[in-house]
Design a protein around this ligand. Sequence first.
Ligand code: NAD
Length: 269
Amino acid sequence: MKRIGIVGCGAIGGFLAKRIDKEFRKTARIAGLCDIDRKKAALLAGKLSKRPPVLELDKLIKASDLIIEAASGSISAKICKSSIEKGKDVMIMSTGGLLGKNRLFRLAREKKARIILPSGAICGLDGLKSASMCKVKKVTLTTRKPPKGLRGAPFILEKGIDLDSITGEKVIFEGTAREAVKGFPKNVNVSAILSLAGIGANKTGVRIITSPEYMVNMHEIEIEGDFGRLVTRTENMPFPENPKTSFLAALSAAATLKQILEENLRIGT
Ligand SMILES: NC(=O)c1ccc[n+]([C@@H]2O[C@H](COP(=O)([O-])OP(=O)(O)OC[C@H]3O[C@@H](n4cnc5c(N)ncnc54)[C@H](O)[C@@H]3O)[C@@H](O)[C@H]2O)c1
């Protein structure tokens, strides 16, 4: 029975807690829930069949074999460090918070703990990982989002871009993943995981395009290397409880958990 602690009881954390409570109850139990808003954690605990305790971060880590972070990029590196320091495995959803924190990967190796990063809202990481066994020349992410998905981003505010005046397709940003992380922190997870799996944040290219006609968040990935060329496109439905999060991101976390808990057959790279 794997004891799982969940940090962040919003859309993804809540979705995973309910899945563990029902589908994975034979192989896992929730050791505790944690949220900066204690009431949210208590509310979620009350919806589960075996009401798990609401714990502070340190106690939650102590009580768990696997910690799942689904909280915020501002705290994901701290949760990652505190977990692996105690030799505990950790699954991180706010991947953006790990960019530039390579020492955490070294620490995990020393402590024999695992850092697990689900693919989230994109497809193509399997191919990128295979391609990276040889030379990869180019990795580009093109994200298409409706204007409301970009509202409030530091880059938009800094450049004084009036999103309401945009009538057709418009390229809003072109740069490296490292620059995108700064300008569009809400987009950071996708570009961060792509950078970590491939050629790094300074070489991974990012383009952000908007149009009032877009109905879904779309991520296109283009990879070129010794293997050839790979193109993927993901058209993401928003998660009902949090439209900023793609449904596929929560599903990728559940699929990763299933693999950890139940699968003896591993499919894909
Ligand atoms: N990897 C990906 O592709 C991907 C995709 C979507 C979302 N995400 C990331 O996953 C995280 C969770 O997404 P979500 O849709 O569930 O968000 P959400 O806003 O629905 O839920 C986040 C929860 O975490 C809590 N929280 C915030 N800061 C906290 C802190 N410092 N300590 C403890 N709890 C804290 C909030 O109170 C909230 O309940 C976000 O950081 C999001 O950016 C990653």
